[in-house]
Design a protein around this ligand. Sequence first.
Ligand SMILES: [Zn+2]
Ligand SMILES: [Zn+2]
Length: 286
Amino acid sequence: MMLPKLLTKINPYSYKLIDKGVHQINEIAVSEFLIEGKDKTLLIDAGCDIFNLKKFVKSKTNKEIMVVNTHFHFDHSNGNHKWDTVYIGEKEMPTFTTKDCYLKLVDDVSSALYKNNPKLRLLKPVFNKLLVPKKGKTKYIPLKDGEEIDLGGRKLIVKDFPGHTPGSITFLDPSRKNIFMGDACNMGFYAWTNPGLNLHDYADTARAYYKDVKSAGYKTIRGSHEPFSHKISFIKDYAEWVDKLTPEQAKKQFDLPGGQSKLCVAAKLDIKHGAFACIYFAHQCD
Ligand SMILES: [Zn+2]
Ligand SMILES: [Zn+2]
């Protein structure tokens, strides 16, 4: 995206050491993580592409940089086109057509919006630039559940956690007993971005995931939209809450153009974890 010259001189990123060899990069409303090994540096997610994340990351490490995506959403994948190679979950490999769950949603919503309000069509190039990752010349390589990423002296393990998108993946760091969660499970979980998801199935997935990571001794999770970590029990407790959600429990209900049913927003304070929130379609509770 072209920016006025002055804006390009402002550093839009904050950069914070959050654990041994792990930096959190914060841009507008999303975070990326930079994990140092002896041989390679792992960049978890490529950002919104409003500013130049690649240039920023290259100023922080001289090692080879391996770029991975937790999932194919604009705030995690828009910057992909700047890199030669991006690794992504095998069930999330982008086709850059409406076969991709996310691009179908963008298409469904935008088509309905333009139909309701033809003047909005004038903004289509802007919406597309902000919301649709560019294909570019980037080569995509699939990551399988259980696959190890060796950075030299530090390994991360890929673990599937579908729901937010059909092929969302997480990265386990066994040396620190921490999990990089992306958007797979967090305080403001978006179920609506995968309209085919059923919330009871998601709760089952989350419970099974929790059982696995607990037995492997993991302690904390770090999401892409929160400045702090949670204990892994968040996953289990969140699953219990989501499993019982109904459309009637929503604090607000909306008609989303192009949506299959009412869009619902539910939230609840929680003594142990602070709060739970979820945005879901009514049909996802069936
Ligand atoms: Zn997302
Ligand atoms: Zn996100």
